[in-house]
Every structure is written in structure tokens, then in C-alpha cells.
Design a protein around this ligand. Sequence first.
Ligand SMILES: Nc1nc2c(c(=O)[nH]1)N[C@H]1C(S)=C(S)[C@@H](COP(=O)(O)O)O[C@H]1N2
Ligand SMILES: [Mo]
Length: 334
Amino acid sequence: MTIGNVPMKVRNRFNSTTPSHELTDFHTPEKKLFVVYHMGVPEFNSADWHLTIDGLVKKPTTLSLAELDALPKVELSAFHECAGSPLRPTVPVRRVGNVIWRGIRLKTVLDMVSISPKAGYVWARGADSGIYPPTGTFSDCYLKDLPVEKAIRDEVLLATEINGVPLSEDHGAPVRLVVPGYYGTNSVKWLTEIRLEQTRPGSFFTTTLYNDRHVKDGVEHAVPVWATAPNTVIVAPAADQPLKPERFQIWGWAWGANEIVAVEISVDGGTNWSSAEVDRRQGYSWQRFWWDWSPAVHGEYEIVSRAIDSAGERQPDAGSRNEVFKVKARVGDY
Ligand SMILES: Nc1nc2c(c(=O)[nH]1)N[C@H]1C(S)=C(S)[C@@H](COP(=O)(O)O)O[C@H]1N2
Ligand SMILES: [Mo]
């Protein structure tokens, strides 16, 4: 990696989460979009910003912001989901939103530099450095990797705008990677270097953290936290919302790397299930689902949602970051 450290202006680790019942908009306004960083926010002067593209390429290149900005841009809408704490990879957090991104296709710059057929992975480097407080580990950058087959797909962007305005510092200004269909952790903010390599990097944020360990037939396999598993949030009702014993529309959002083809709702904690209506997917956006419920009996209910994707994968009952979503509601004469 060739670029020296950039000073950090915010050093704390920071995570924000928006409660599910506030995710009422198809496109999440920036003020409701979660923010995550591990080491802090780097101090950037956009005039000094450069993007270096090197490694297994024929023509290593460095672009200024003006040079990058002059390339053709595209806009797309995509869900954006944090995988949760890398120290507790099976605990769901549902830090999620749906965002309009605008930027240059990563493929556009990869075509400019002409990548070698030997390149298997794109390493993406963010300028932030420092200590990740929960483990006390120092890193000189935020480094992630993607398989080349994903990196060259049309939806992968070097984004400069979010929801029609320039990226804010918190969301990665001046340029961040956006990898629709992959967990947010792969969408490297404050991007300064793209490097083509034959192998995955053995770094803290790629193969130590964010590499799920599954045991199959007594053998441990590491699965990179890349493609997003099917998931749901219920927007209405909110947790513990008092409901009258009359018709009420349960609704929420469903998303995953593959299109969601069905969502099921249970109002008895997961014993009986009904099929909700679910919108078709547009691009990589999340999909609305809804189900009209007419609770007749007063009492406390546990409402559960689960999505099934086009590959037949369904949200597991428990023990996973994408386990079924549960919310309690109270029905009475309020
Ligand atoms: N450079 C850099 N990029 C990063 C991170 C980081 O700590 N440093 N955090 C990642 C994680 S875990 C997530 S979920 C998303 C969050 O993006 P957002 O804050 O714009 O919502 O950024 C990713 N990109
Ligand atoms: Mo994340």
C-alpha cells in the first residue's frame, strides 16, 4: 500500500442505529441513516485527495478528484446494511437503510488501468487509521477486499453523492466504495487506493474480523462477510405499540443479495405463518411487505417476519445476524 497516513480528526469509535419503526421512507433520509466507523473519521482536504489504482494492472494510475469527477456517472438505489459487531457476528442489529447513490462505476476505472487476468481480488483501502477500541488493535488503514467478479459488476460504484447531495464526511467524503448486495462493511469510506491482487489480504478487517467461522463435518470454514443474507424489519407496529382490536396493517422492509420472493408473518411467536404481500425488487432496493391483521382477542402478541429469497434461502429462527425479526404488540381498548 502506497499512501501514507492521513490525520484523524475524530478518534472515537461510533455506531448509530435507527429504530425500525422510524424507517418509514422507501429512501432513507440521511439524518435517519445509520453511521458506523471503527477507528474514527480522517481529516481530508478534497484538493489533496487522490485515488491510486495499482497492483496487478497494466497501467497503474492516480486520479485527482477532478479527474475522477469527469468520468461518466450513474445513479442507483440500494439497501445498505451493516453486518453488526464483528465481535458478535451472530447477533442481529438491523442497522439498515435504502439509499440513492451516485458515482462512477468501479468497472470504468478498472477498464482504464487494464487488469491482469491473474487478479482475483480488489483490495480497497480507506484512509482512516488508529485503534479499534474493543480489541485495542492498531491498523494503519481500513482495508477490505472483493472478488473481481463482483467488483466488475455494473452496480459497484465509487460514490460521490448520497440521496442527491455530496457525501458527508461521516458517510465517506469525498469518495467511497458502494457494493450493493454486500454488507455495508465492504463499502469502504474515505477511499484512497484500489489494488488488484491474486489473493485475499490477511488483514484485521478482512480475515480476522468479518470472516464468519462455520463448522461443517468437524472442519472450520471461513466465509467472508460479503453477500447479504435475506432479512426483514417490521416498521409497524413499533415495539410495544398499543393497538385497538381492529384491522391493522403490519408492514416492513425485506432485502438480501437475491430478490425476496416471499415474506411470511406470524402473530403467535412463530407457530403459525401467513403470506404477506411483497413488492417486486427494483434494482438493489429493499422491498415493502404488508399483511392486514384483524386481532380479535385482547392481549400481548409476538409478531414475527421472515423472508425467503429467489434461491430458496429463508431467515433462520435464531442464532444468526439475519434471524427472524420479532416485535411485541399489545391489543386492548386503549
Ligand atoms: N474507511 C472505512 N470504511 C468503512 C468503515 C470504516 O470503519 N472505515 N465501516 C464500514 C462498516 S462496518 C459499515 S456498516 C459502513 C457504514 O456506512 P455508513 O456509515 O455510511 O452508513 O461503512 C463501512 N466502511
Ligand atoms: Mo458494519
